[in-house]
Design a protein around this ligand. Structure first.
Ligand code: NAD
Length: 547
């Protein structure tokens, strides 16, 4: 098969011995089909892959086709290694990606082991075959800016949000700010990206310079009109100019790829062409120049913060880069999970998604309607489903991401499984999620930053989460390291196929109680107030034995 020709199978015909195996196979195919560089099996995040190499991919496909209903396929960093007898209720696939012993978990050592063909970077959903294209990014940004709006009375109407970066992730910020009725001022050094975003509707207007951008933004904000204005300029220059002119946005953040100064952050004073030349000829000099610019950028954001702007880091390690470049107080800027997402995670609410294995849009529409009907009181979900039609395109198999909480996840899955059983949908449905979720990730730079009890670096929780999903009978369970900086995080993924069976009902009840449930427990144990308040009403049998 030609590499780029992978497409997910559709329809009701099985190639495997059961729908659980077929569902996982279609999830793998869908992940590859939606990838950034499918020919290299690279899905997203630069090096996040779905399989180690093409022979491994084909061997996984063959193993899934042959896999019996009481067998489990084992995949080690993108390469299938064995099939073992298990139970009909056991996972059909267990996989582990990029796990290194802690002392070896450095970028350099990972690169060496990877080059030696011994491991693979799985990011979050790439290596656990749960990637559904760009929808998750738009929805996650909608949630983050929605939670941020909470400190402005529940809406960003009349507010200006400064940010930077119109890349794969960053370009979702403008629409997400506008969905929350705000005005976005987005800096981007690459004029081609701005033009592309204007064409695809993620940017509404292009300003000629900073004063022009500010005038457009203020006018829209004063008129309570959502708007996305882009300016072709370096983020550090823009932030400094705004500070010096006393033009302070209400909110400021950034999504340049500051986590990688050499390839992701352009130093001030260089055109894109000049920056590329410098990077290739003198990488150390490039890093130094980018570091100097990051330091200016972070200092300007801190000055905004002192002036009353709400500033947060949006998961790109801008603070870490700033600190390395000499800004001692860079971490005065809070991270977005600690500031906005944690209250959701604390009650088990996070990025739940379903994928229609039939390939039929009508199945997705029917399930969207079910979500609307089941949760009429969930305003955020209702708003999102309204926006989702406009802002998300179908990429591969029809899918929808919705943040649902503990309790709601099982209810929703049960209803989907009933629909499959009663023939209301054309084929089974896979339910899965991001690893950036309630109880499935330890990442002190982001998901578990600044936990109230200081447990940021405790890595037990994702492993417990994965083991619970195995115990509960999820169809695929994954443990990963290194979704962010190598050595910086570990996480777990899961997928459950709703094949309409009563056994699936039982697996749903177990897994969707424990998967978000261990997240509630993790946050309650740490003393996060929302989790402490929710736990007694959650139905979770928690054990309170702390001195
Ligand atoms: P990307 O590399 O596709 O895009 C970065 C953009 O920033 C590019 O368009 C680039 O031209 C622009 N840029 C670089 N330096 C600039 C500067 N000094 N001024 C203005 N523009 C500049 O990256 P992406 O996929 O959009 O991701 C952005 C960041 O978000 C990454 O660091 C990524 O790791 C992080 N991220 C966060 C989350 C999260 O949950 N918050 C999730 C995934 C990724």
């Amino acid at each position: 098969m030609k590499a780029g020709a992978v497409q997910p199978a559709r329809g009701a015909e099985l190639r495997c011995q059961g729908w659980r195996q077929e569902g996982i196979l279609r999830m793998l195919e869908n992940t590859v089909a939606n990838g950034e560089r499918p020919d290299e099996l690279v899905i997203y995040g630069g090096i996040g892959k779905a399989a180690r190499d093409w022979p491994s991919y084909h061997a996984i496909v063959a193993a899934l086709r042959d896999l019996a209903d009481d067998e489990t396929l084992v995949v080690q960093s993108g390469r299938p290694v064995a099939v073992f007898r298990s139970f009909p209720d056991s996972p059909r696939v267990v996989l582990a990606n990029a796990n290194l012993v802690p002392r070896a978990a450095t970028t350099q050592r990972f690169g060496e082991l990877s080059a030696a063909g011994l491991t693979m970077h799985g990011q979050y959903t790439a290596g656990s075959w749960a990637y559904i294209g760009g929808q998750g990014i738009v929805q996650g940004s909608f949630e983050t800016f929605g939670a941020c709006a909470g400190s402005f009375g529940g809406t960003l109407s009349g507010r200006v949000v400064l940010t930077a970066g119109l890349g794969g992730m960053g370009s979702a910020q403008g629409p997400a700010i506008a969905m929350n009725q705000g005005v976005a001022l987005v800096c981007e050094v690459d004029e081609t990206k701005i033009a592309n975003r204007l064409a695809d509707g993620r940017v509404d207007e292009i300003a000629k310079d900073v004063p022009d951008a500010w005038r457009r933004c203020r006018k829209a904000a004063d008129g309570r009109q959502p708007l996305v204005v882009a300016v072709a300029a370096n983020a550090a220059d823009v932030a400094e100019e705004l500070v010096s002119r006393g033009m302070l946005p209400d909110v400021a953040t950034d999504q340049t790829s500051a986590h990688d100064l050499l390839t992701g952050y352009v130093p001030a004073g260089y055109s894109l062409v000049e920056a590329t030349r410098l990077r290739e000829a003198h990488p150390d000099e490039y890093r130094r120049a980018a570091g100097t610019t990051v330091a200016r950028h972070v200092r300007a954001l801190l000055a905004m913060r002192n002036g009353g702007t709400t500033v947060f880091e949006y998961g790109n390690d801008l603070r870490g880069a700033g600190k390395l470049a000499g800004v001692a107080e860079a971490f005065d800027i809070p991270g977005f999970v600690a500031s906005y997402v944690r209250p959701s995670f604390a009650v088990g609410r996070g990025p739940y998604r379903w994928v229609c294995l039939s390939g039929e849009e009508s199945d997705r529409v029917a399930i969207d309607t079910t979500a609307r009907t089941l949760f009429p009181e969930d305003d955020r979900l209702q708003q999102w489903l309204g926006h989702a039609e406009r802002w998300t395109a179908t990429e591969g198999l029809p899918a929808r991401i919705c943040w649902l909480g503990h309790g709601a996840r099982a209810l929703m899955a049960r209803e989907i499984n009933r629909k499959v059983r009663e023939g209301e949908l054309a084929a089974p449905v896979a339910i899965t999620r991001d690893h950036l979720d309630s109880g499935s990730c330890s990442y002190p730079g982001r998901e578990t930053e600044n936990m109230p009890d200081g447990s940021d670096e405790i890595a037990d929780w994702p492993y417990l989460n994965a083991m619970l999903n195995v115990a509960g009978g999820a169809d695929l369970v994954a443990i990963h390291q290194n979704a962010g900086i190598i050595g910086g995080s570990c996480s777990a993924g899961m997928t459950l196929v709703c094949d309409g069976s009563e056994l699936a009902d039982e697996r749903i009840d177990r897994c969707f109680a424990s998967d978000p449930g261990i997240g509630v427990v993790r946050h309650a144990t740490a003393g996060v107030p929302e989790a402490v308040a929710y736990l007694p009403h959650s139905g979770i049998h928690a054990i309170h034995n702390q001195a």
